[in-house]
Design a protein around this ligand. Structure first.
Ligand code: DX5
Ligand code: ZN
Length: 216
């Protein structure tokens, strides 16, 4: 299982040391919140460009009008950008996925904790390189994992989605095996990792990475 730590709970005054402590992770997950799609505001590309990320970064846009942020995060070097279907609706999502692919970004779409998976139409499944299935209601770190998210993952695999499936919210060592069993490729891990002392994180990442992804 690939592990993508969310740095939402990192100590921003010690960013270099925080990133060193998670350097064995497969990628870094950046949570961008606009205070509109979700109640919180987190951080934007302008501040993040001061940070040197040692590994691949992926950007999770929890914003209205995700179209407005693509170029900024592309310049930041993001390999994958994912936005919420709830923020755009279906037809704008289709157009944006096409645009992102044209720009050479791995095009991701996110479905929130309480959203019906029917929002992800067959056309969206064909276009998306990655689907991020939220296992909490987006907006805050530190919430409990919603097991219903795994039914969504199984449903996406049953519908033939072959791209990457990522899960986000409430992931711990307790639930990582069932997450892998459902067919998830990448798990975002926030508070479970970042609330631990930096010296403990590499061992936790290694344990999380051991979860075996089911071959589909
Ligand atoms: C929630 C964010 C997540 C979150 C993960 O809206 O998208 O990435 O911070 O944190 P934990 O693992 O604490 O749920
Ligand atoms: Zn996230």
């Amino acid at each position: 299982m690939k592990i993508s730590p969310s740095i939402l709970d990192a100590d921003f005054t010690q960013m270099g040391a925080e990133l060193d402590s998670i350097s064995t992770a497969d990628r870094i997950h950046l949570d961008i919140m606009d205070g509109q799609y979700v109640p919180n505001i987190s951080i934007g590309a302008g501040v993040l460009k001061q940070v040197e990320f040692p590994q691949e970064i992926e950007v999770h846009l929890m914003t209205l009008n995700p179209e407005n942020f693509i170029d900024d995060f592309l310049s930041l070097g993001a390999k994958t950008i994912t936005f919420h279907i709830e923020a755009t609706g279906i037809s704008r999502a289709v157009a944006l996925l096409k645009l992102m692919k044209k720009k050479g970004i791995k095009a991701g779409i996110t479905i929130d904790g309480y959203t019906d998976p029917d929002w992800l139409t067959d056309e969206i499944l064909e276009l998306a390189d990655q689907i991020l299935v939220m296992s909490v209601k987006s907006g805050f770190g530190g919430q409990s994992f919603m097991p219903a998210a795994l039914l969504k993952v199984e449903d996406l695999r049953a519908r033939g989605f072959k791209g990457e499936i990522e899960i986000d919210g409430g992931v711990t060592l307790e639930n990582i095996s069932e997450i892998a069993d459902a067919g998830v490729d990448i798990a975002v891990v926030g508070s479970f990792l970042m609330k631990k002392a930096p010296a403990e994180r590499a061992a936790l990442i290694a344990d999380l990475q051991k979860a075996q992804v089911r071959l589909t």
